[in-house]
Design a protein around this ligand. Structure first.
Ligand SMILES: Nc1ncnc2c1ncn2[C@@H]1O[C@H](COP(=O)(O)OP(=O)(O)O)[C@@H](O)[C@H]1O
Ligand SMILES: [Mg+2]
Length: 427
């Protein structure tokens, strides 16, 4: 198989790394890829947002399978275009990608199909949203979400009415997210621990992937502003006994059935971001692709051929897939640039990469680096994802931090408490 991976972050490095282990895979190309994922991948200088150029690349390069990392090209219809050109693609078409591209679509879809989620209202006027809050229809804190894609910045948890008003004004009047904020979801604040549940589906059959937990805030103990994700771990115990099946039955399968029944079957990675509340799991959001950094902790646990599985998915034959999960947990610690998620410098030399990646159960995924002669330098906010597996969660955590401590670059910072909630709970 000749595989094309779209994207160039840590998630895509993990995909290329994992696909390269599958016996069917002869070659991997990443568009645009990154220096750090070569090898195993080769790079094609095509932007992940340039749908026309990606379709030309996939057709001309005679790729047997296209795996799409980021959501934007899916929402823009890349998978429809590839399928029309006869290229096997693991990713949903634009209509199905609305599950992520429009939070209003996702909420209304869940309401239509009885999928558990936070109580909500949709507003297209800041004034009506304000009146609803003033009338006490929601308690504080309340959650306000821009409808469209907002690069992970479109959700505000407002502590009181004035914070809510400020958020509504930002989104709907000052239009800081452009059209993505013209309509908003106002929803009830839920309490609990979050979990990321991903499943592969061809629109009918479902192959669940092991659960993961992301760490969104920049500082330890979930303090500071939100980021793209400062680390993740995957351990089967993230979901208490019985809950994995309950989520499949209450969330994943009804979503797959509902999308098919509404005429746009979902083919790809269905990611449910869940709040595990005292009353049961509730969907916070859907994503329509692999999570980042969750993928960096989940893929090292998969046994069997991911390439074959994703190809079966593209063909609508996922019932033939044989993919297992290794019981060993995995932990990914993100090493970030000084100042991230705010302003940060680039071009800082990275030391200790080889030493960090030496251990057989450690892999260092490149999220934002660039090769400069013989060395790598920083080129993004999230720079590296140091991932380790271990016989138990303690071992995986220790190994990941041991490896992380080998790496240095000016300004580097990372959270010291990745998987700590899990470690405490399982003890
Ligand atoms: N209803 C809610 N109650 C409590 N926290 C929420 C709620 N909705 C979202 N959040 C928090 O905000 C984060 C981002 O929201 P999410 O819906 O995942 O949007 P996005 O990932 O597109 O920014 C979640 O990971 C969660 O921590
Ligand atoms: Mg999210």
């Amino acid at each position: 198989m000749n595989v094309l991976v779209i994207g160039g972050g840590g998630r895509e490095h993990a995909l290329a790394w994992r696909l390269a282990q599958d016996p069917e895979v002869k070659a991997i190309t990443a568009a645009p890829g990154s220096d750090g994922m070569c090898p195993p991948a080769a790079r094609a200088a095509v932007d992940a947002a340039d749908v026309d150029a990606l379709v030309r690349l996939a057709v001309d390069g005679r790729f047997d399978l296209v795996v799409v990392g980021p959501e934007a090209p899916l929402v823009a219809g890349l998978a429809d275009r590839l399928a029309a050109a006869g290229v096997a693609v693991a990713g949903p078409g634009a209509a199905a990608a609305r599950l992520e591209g429009s939070k209003i679509f996702a909420k209304d879809f869940m309401a239509r199909h009885g999928i558990p989620t936070a109580r909500y209202e949709v507003h297209d006027q800041a004034a009506t949203a304000r009146r609803s809050l003033e009338a006490g229809r929601f308690e504080f804190p309340v959650v306000i979400k821009a409808d469209g894609l907002a690069a992970g910045k479109g959700v505000v948890i407002a502590a009181d009415l004035s914070a809510a008003q400020a958020a509504l004004a930002e989104m709907m009047e000052r239009r800081c997210f452009g059209a993505a904020g013209d309509r908003v979801v106002v929803e009830e604040f839920l309490q609990g621990e979050e979990a990321s549940c991903m499943a592969l589906t061809d629109g009918e059959h479902v192959v669940p992937l092991p659960p993961a937990q992301d760490h969104k805030r920049v500082f330890d103990d979930d303090r500071g502003p939100n980021t793209g994700g400062m680390g993740a771990y995957s351990d089967d115990r993230i979901l208490p006994p019985g809950l994995a099946d309950a989520i499949l039955d209450a969330v994943i399968r009804p979503t797959v059935r509902g999308m098919a029944a509404e005429g746009h079957p979902f083919r790809g990675v269905l990611y449910a971001g869940l709040m595990l509340t005292a009353a049961g799991p509730r969907v916070l959001e859907f994503n329509v692709r692999f999570g980042d950094p969750e993928t960096q902790a989940v893929l090292p646990r998969l046994r069997g051929s991911l390439a074959e599985t994703l190809h079966l998915l593209a063909e609508g034959r996922l019932d033939h897939a044989r993919l297992d999960t290794d019981p060993w947990p995995a932990v990914c610690v993100v090493l970030a640039s000084g100042g991230y998620p705010g302003e940060y410098a680039k071009g800082r030399p990275i030391h200790g990469l080889e030493l960090a990646g030496q251990h057989p159960h450690v892999t260092v995924f490149h999220a934002g680096t660039r090769r400069e002669g013989e060395r790598f330098v920083t080129a993004g906010g999230r720079v590296l994802g140091v991932t380790a597996r271990g016989a138990d969660l303690d071992a995986a955590v220790m190994r990941a931090y041991e490896a992380a401590s080998q790496v240095h670059f000016d300004g580097m910072h990372y959270r010291r408490d990745i998987a700590l909630k899990g470690l405490r709970r399982y003890r």
